[in-house]
Design a protein around this ligand. Sequence first.
Ligand code: B12
Ligand code: SF4
Length: 494
Amino acid sequence: MSGTNKKIALISLRRDDTSGNPPLGSLYLATALKKNGFIPKIIFKSESQIGRIEPEIEDFKPALIGMSVFTGYLNKEYVDLSRKLKAKGYLIVWGNAHASLLPEQVLAEPAIDFVVIGEGEEILVELVKNLGDKESYKNITGLGFKGENGQIVINPRRNFGEMDEYLIDWSLVNIEDYIVPYFSGKYKRTLLVVTSRGCPFNCQFCYNQVFNNRRWRAHTAEKLIANLKPVIAKHKIDAIRFLDDNFFVNKERAFTIVRGLGLPYWAECRVEFVDEKFVANLKETKCQEIMFGFESGSNRILKEVIKKGTTIENTIRTVTLLKDSGIMASGSIIFGLPTETEEEYRATMKLIIKLLEINNNLAFTCGWFLPFPGTGLYEEAKKLGFRPPVKIEDWDIFDRWRNDYEMAWIKWDYKQAVKYSRQVAHLLALAYKRNVPFLKTILKKRIEYSNYSFPLDIYIFSRLRNIYMFSGEKNFITRLIRRVITYIIKLKQR
Ligand code: B12
Ligand code: SF4
């Protein structure tokens, strides 16, 4: 590295309404930097705290600033921040999914000097070791940079490293900032971790196809347990959420980990992985929630469009096997996939009812399809009329939770469906869980006729959901009485 400045800042932003997810990417990178003699500083801020970043950077004066960027909201904030910091003379590198999937577009922004494609530990360390030695950049696999004449150069990709080489050094952050409650407060001190990267499957909407080349790599169970046990003991962690794309690719390893840690947990899985023995293992290891990609209620979509490798029948069987297990199953649903017809959309909504009739301990994460760059369905969506943003900041509007989300690749009138189907699915799941017959009936009728007009019920129950029957508290009445009594006592004391 030219010069003696060994300080590297790693910036990660989050929305104000999300908390508790540690910036794991930055943590792995900081671990690698520290191991190689550099001084990393993780700056993890919510959007309303962005103003605090510049003074922190000015104070720290790093040789290089890294930014961890997904595709979607906050992209504009990352660009604005990069421009401000560039104006102060800092060198800037972008990493994570967005930079990896669109390296040329990212480097076309004058404020950004480098991109790192794929997992970043080795590439970043090599970059900072050679910072300023422009000749060496072309030899750093996985790096994108600007050549002498400003031309964009993208080097060949780098082979994946050994995850165990960079087991997180938890002393780099204040862990207490990332301990969150879980399951409506049933667990108070949950830690979020990843134990593996990538996934061998081929779902055509997923970043894994290109970001991880469908290669699955993992920490060995023993090393991971040894890494986490002291953290768990010191911080009295009472539950774990595994953020791996596909935690159960190697079931034996996965169960060794959860047995070794001995804590209640949440993880992601595929529906066809589940059989009676698997459910017994989940129960024995105190699994609380397991998340699947149900995706669609149409076998044509699952097979021909997504190439998911699962069927509706797999989903129904899994949900049936998990019934009465005490384990909540949650399923991700994607509406609006390229070529999806209105009938197929309705079939997905009806599948939600069918699954809830079988098992009332279900939750759904429903969203509208986002064509992520690099995936098979990105190309498909383009053929059907999708015009991808040409500037990096414009990816900001790429938000599947928007009620006015537009999809050029869909040919039926989806406006009402975009606005209400997600809410309806969530409410219906809650109505089954808490057994509210009146609400079940109205929502089922709405789904049956695909009718979202006069959405007063949806509005009212969505508001009520945070207040009363869906609050997760088993006995609302007792809670209410307790509150009233406390209030009266306080009044009397005054
Ligand atoms: C936790 C999480 C979140 C958290 C964010 C926590 C945080 N601030 O880090 C929350 C819940 C807020 C979230 C939100 C969203 N997420 Co999310 N999320 C994840 C999840 C499950 C884990 C991320 C993680 O910690 N991974 C572990 C670390 C070690 O890996 P990593 O982040 O990839 O980091 C490595 C490399 O990317 C690289 N790297 C990362 N940052 C940097 C920075 C520099 C400078 C360098 C050099 C390298 C580098 O090096 C790291 C180490 O090798 C991933 C799936 C997954 N398993 O990764 C999805 C994932 C990242 N999310 C995804 C998506 C789509 C979203 C949303 C857009 C969802 C939505 N609304 O539709 C939002 C948008 C976020 C945004 N735009 O800001 C996609 C990203 C796809 C894409 N093209 O961007 C993923 C991959 C899920 C998926 N399978 O599709 N998410
Ligand atoms: S199984 Fe999940 S993580 Fe794996 S490719 Fe499909 S969507 Fe992506």
